[in-house]
Design a protein around this ligand. Structure first.
Ligand SMILES: [Zn+2]
Ligand SMILES: [Zn+2]
Length: 352
């Protein structure tokens, strides 16, 4: 067993602070990664503060981080996909049972035995898994992604969660040329949704409650921006959307958006508001509309997404910070004061 520097939270109300954590010795199937960048996802904050205790209780100390980019420093004897020196990424998953129907269909995210990158059951060391706010990580090669060499690495890190979370439903619902697509919310997820929907060739409309974001939405690739508080502006788009990606994690009125879907239109939720959202059945009946959810993506699709980003020069818009500013970044994230994702430069942990 090795040790690694990390930032951990000792409890739900404790700030993240420097710590030392165990990392397993590299097994035959493992890849050891020196972490270069780690994005800050809203899930990190929810988990650190035990806000999802009804679904999964947080075990402390908690080391979050599932938007990991780094360089391979060691590989096990049986590893065939990665070599020392390779640029690689790790997202929300580090293991699964490899045998269930979901795994066989390349959808490990829905595996009942899926192991999440942090706060998941650690099958090697016991306790829970520790995430990417750390100098290194050891991961089964099957869950390690290849990172295109032409992209800015800080901007790649958020692709591993925010990227695949938006890419997967846009692909599933066949967003492409000739389709009118809405993106609700322009944060970490929404700004990636806009970039992908545009790159797929769709007509992209951003809905936001912050009109000052309009210019930025257009810069990111939107064709139109609608202030969702403006009833007249909303009414102009009634029954016109093939697909709407709803990235909002706060309480909001989904029926206002269902009304904008056309025949057989779909609205997919990728945010997770705390309380159930009321859905009007009438809004669904008239037009055979549907509301769905989507959760990250499988490993094969995550690789496809990274390769697509490499070909099209797509990365997240990030504000790079040293790890010493992570607690401040959490407070700013709560105020939506970030364009559009914080990313930790892990070199800052070396001298910590
Ligand atoms: Zn995430
Ligand atoms: Zn499985």
């Amino acid at each position: 067993m090795d040790k690694a520097k990390a930032y951990s939270a000792a409890g739900a109300t404790t700030p993240l602070a420097l710590d030392t954590i165990p990392r397993r010795a590299v097994t035959d199937r493992d890849v050891k990664i020196e972490i270069l960048f780690c994005g800050i996802c809203h899930s990190d904050l929810h988990t650190v503060r035990n806000e999802w205790s009804s679904v999964m209780e947080t075990v402390y100390p908690c080391v979050p981080g599932h938007e990991i980019v780094g360089r391979v420093t060691a590989v096990g004897a049986a590893v065939s996909r990665h070599e020392v020196g390779d640029l690689v990424g790790v997202g929300c998953l580090v293991d699964s049972d490899h045998t269930c129907p979901a795994c066989r269909a390349d959808m490990e995210q829905f595996c009942p035995g899926a192991v999440f990158t942090y706060n998941g059951p650690d099958r090697h060391l016991g306790g829970v898994t520790y995430g990417g706010y750390s100098e290194s990580v050891v991961v089964d090669e099957a869950f390690v992604l290849r990172v295109p060499a032409n992209l800015d690495l800080a901007g790649v890190a958020p692709l591993l969660c925010a990227g695949i979370t938006t890419y997967s439903p846009l692909r599933h619902w066949k967003v492409g040329p000739g389709k009118k697509v809405g993106v609700v919310g322009l944060g970490g997820l929404g700004h990636m949704g806009v970039k992908f929907a545009r790159a797929f060739g769709a007509h992209v409309v951003v809905f936001t409650t912050s009109p000052e974001k309009a210019k930025d939405a257009l810069r990111l690739g939107a064709h139109e921006v609608v202030n969702s508080r403006d009833a007249d502006a909303m009414a102009k788009h009634a029954f016109s959307f093939d697909f709407i990606l709803d990235t909002v994690s706060a309480d909001h009125d989904v029926n206002a958006y269902i009304g904008l879907l056309s025949l057989d239109g779909n609205l997919t939720l990728v945010g997770a508001p705390e309380k159930p959202l009321p859905v009007s059945s009438f809004a669904l009946l008239f037009g055979r509309k549907s509301v769905s959810g989507s959760l990250i993506g499988g490993i094969a699709e995550t690789q496809e997404m990274l390769d697509f980003c490499g070909e099209h020069g797509i990365t997240a818009d990030v504000e790079v910070i040293p790890i010493q500013q992570v607690n401040e970044a959490y407070e700013r994230m709560l105020r939506s004061d970030v364009k559009y994702r914080f990313c930790i430069d892990m070199a800052s942990l070396k001298n910590a």
